[in-house]
Design a protein around this ligand. Structure first.
Ligand SMILES: NC(=O)c1ccc[n+]([C@@H]2O[C@H](COP(=O)([O-])OP(=O)(O)OC[C@H]3O[C@@H](n4cnc5c(N)ncnc54)[C@H](OP(=O)(O)O)[C@@H]3O)[C@@H](O)[C@H]2O)c1
Length: 320
């Protein structure tokens, strides 16, 4: 069969022949892949930089996707850690890590929409469900709201009843589009008075969904905390992504002078069972169009060109 194959962590995957996987029995099922998302997590899998990387090569990247098995049903699946990923004509799934999707009039369109949205959407859905006791009416700051996951975080915070949704990001055009998704205030990042504006606008939020980390997160944290009217009001800062830096210099005083709790949300801090507990309801919301992301379908044969497309304005989905 054809697959996208990583033979070196220094080069993008190449479209080439690869042995078809064989299911081991039990809950394993061979599926024909319809769509697989090219998420930042997949890029870090393919270049060996993700914290779960085992350095094993060759590998077929792809952590999730949509496929159809011998039972004829369309399924969204999340793969375990494996070198046989989703970016292939076929892959092996564990049906316990899958959700059956409605076929609809256009199954490929359903597959592309779901493969594009589930990973970026899951980041905030799981964070708000599993890493904090989020209540309707609470205020949320999305730090790094202009990427695909950030834009979906805005929609999910609204779906969960957030009373205030503040979006901060450096892409002004994308930021300007976010009020249509439920954002109540926007703050541009990377301009002279960003920290002051963020501190004033987001001073009273209850939860921060942080896709940036690095220097912008440290600056934002101090700005928000020092502007808080009542510093004993709890603030849960959920670290989800690190596009601005893997480390952040958090002053010790930040943790002493305010009721700040910093937690992470991702593979490990959220167990597999907790992800699977959320995946059905999220898939329903995506299929219903309640939460959306711009998807761009690209043939699997063009995987090398797809890898070069790092534009965060859409999510690339590879279709075999
Ligand atoms: N923990 C989880 O469960 C989980 C799940 C999904 C994703 N993530 C992580 O979340 C992050 C975002 O994912 P994504 O899918 O949204 O990626 P994406 O669609 O590629 O978006 C990345 C965004 O980050 C912005 N950005 C990059 N560097 C920045 C900086 N220094 N300051 C401000 N903005 C910056 C980009 O803005 P510009 O347009 O201005 O360049 C872009 O909008 C990644 O780190 C990803 O690995 C985590």
């Amino acid at each position: 069969m054809k697959a996208a194959v990583v033979s070196s962590f220094d080069s993008p995957p190449r479209y080439q022949e690869f042995p078809a996987p064989v299911p081991a029995g039990g809950h394993e099922m061979l599926v024909d892949v319809l769509a697989a998302g090219l998420h930042p997590r997949v890029r870090s899998q393919a270049n060996g930089s993700h914290y779960t990387s085992t350095d094993e090569l060759p590998l077929v990247p792809g952590i999730d996707g949509v496929g159809r098995g011998p039972d004829g049903r369309l399924r969204y699946f999340i793969l375990p850690e494996t070198t046989m990923g989703a970016m292939a004509e076929q892959t092996v799934i564990d049906t316990r890590r899958s959700v059956v999707l409605p076929d609809g009039a256009d199954p490929v369109a359903v597959a592309v929409a779901v493969a594009a949205a589930m990973n970026p959407a899951m980041s905030s859905w799981v964070a708000l469900r599993q890493r904090v006791s989020f209540e309707a009416g609470q205020g949320v700051l999305v730090l790094g709201a202009t990427g695909n996951a950030g834009q979906m975080a805005v929609q999910i915070a609204k779906l969960f009843g957030a009373g205030q949704i503040i979006a901060a990001g450096r892409d002004l055009r994308r930021l300007a589009a976010l009020p249509a998704f439920g954002v109540t205030s926007t703050v541009p990042l990377g301009v002279g008075d960003s920290a002051d504006r963020l501190g004033q606008t987001a001073a009273e939020v209850d939860v921060v969904l942080d896709y940036l980390w690095g220097e912008p997160a440290a600056t934002a944290m101090i700005a928000v905390l020092t502007n808080r009217a009542d510093r004993s009001k709890p603030l849960t800062w959920i670290e989800i992504g690190s596009v601005a830096g893997a480390t952040a210099a958090i002053p010790s005083a930040a943790l002493r002078q305010a009721r700040l709790q910093i937690v992470g949300s991702g593979q490990g801090s959220v167990g597999t069972g907790d992800y699977l507990a959320e995946v059905h309801s999220l898939a329903e919301a995506v299929v219903a169009g309640t939460v959306t992301v711009d998807a761009r379908a690209v043939p699997l044969a063009d995987v090398e060109a797809a890898w070069a497309d790092a534009d965060a304005k859409h999510r690339v989905v590879l279709i075999p």
